[in-house]
Design a protein around this ligand. Sequence first.
Ligand SMILES: Cc1ncc(COP(=O)(O)O)c(C=O)c1O
Length: 373
Amino acid sequence: MHTGYEVDPATQAVTPPIFRATTYHQGDPWDPPAYDYARSGNPTRHTFEAAMAALEQGVRGLAFASGMAALTAAFMLCSQGDHLIVTRDCQGGTQRVLRGVFSRFGIQASYIDTDDMQAVSDARTSDTRAILIENFSNPFLHVTDISHVTQWAHEFGLLVMVDNTFITPYLQNPLSLGADLVIHSATKMIGGHSDITAGVCVTKDEELARQLYFIQNACGAILSPDDAYMSLRGLHTLPVRMDRAQQTAMELAVALSNHPRIQSVYYPGLTSHPGHETAVRTMRGFGQMLTIRLKDPTWVPGFTRHLRLARVGAGFGGTETIVSLPELHCHAALTPQERQERHISSDVVRISVGLESSADLIHDITQALTLTG
Ligand SMILES: Cc1ncc(COP(=O)(O)O)c(C=O)c1O
């Protein structure tokens, strides 16, 4: 609630002003004020960046125009010839930018289940510079033990980056578990209302912060003042939203586990989930995302058509429940073969649980499953 902002010193306003100015008057250009030009610094953006740095237990936050812009800035810490290890079922955009952009600059990536330490260790080459862990992974919600991977990675001088979008700082702080850099798509749970596009990097290392700020200012994919304000506003209700949504997610996961049309439910809160023990040990909750696999892929179109409350489409982390089809939405950027290797087929459905009453939502989803086919 109060992290990063007390009251506006000029007016005592309890919410921060939105500064849209691009240029700041320099009465004495040889002793310039704190802000001079909006790409280089903006007070509203700084308020959000400071809040994120504090919540993620880092020294500095840097806010970007989207989660992809934040990930791109993180990848720009690498140089030609570097190799990255990346969580295998990470979101499609991460793979798209690595394959379609960074590979052209000689940066290569291997996609590995980062919850399998042997596979991670086997993937390291003499060129490996960093590991990017997406926690939970998308769409199967693998849980990676950040401390475990970090201990190994630091032995070899690797940078540990964690995409913490699914978990948020409310449920886990990767920097306190040893990671060097945390990345968020604030478009999701942090914004929380499906109405902004934003991204953030937070680091606990001053030198890394300096390099990331250089990239932010040099490349210019900054967060707008209005969206910085909205991101900050989202933070105020993050714990309340997350508590409510994850409680419903747990109830929905249990209800769907016994549904005759469902093959599998992937939710780290279920004791049957392979990452359950790691989640209990390393996180403060199980989050609001769950994935299901229907017994018959031909039932999926009928299922989505019969939904009355849940919305269907890309995106997650909003107040409304959003049902996504990874093949068409979050993993559309992968080739058919890449999707096959990751077991992402047309029977897979991802659900971002929102703030509807759990009884209404469970009824909506189960009736749509029953009516389909
Ligand atoms: C885990 C994760 N990280 C990053 C991104 C990219 O974020 P944005 O859509 O804000 O660019 C996404 C998008 O869905 C995501 O799911």
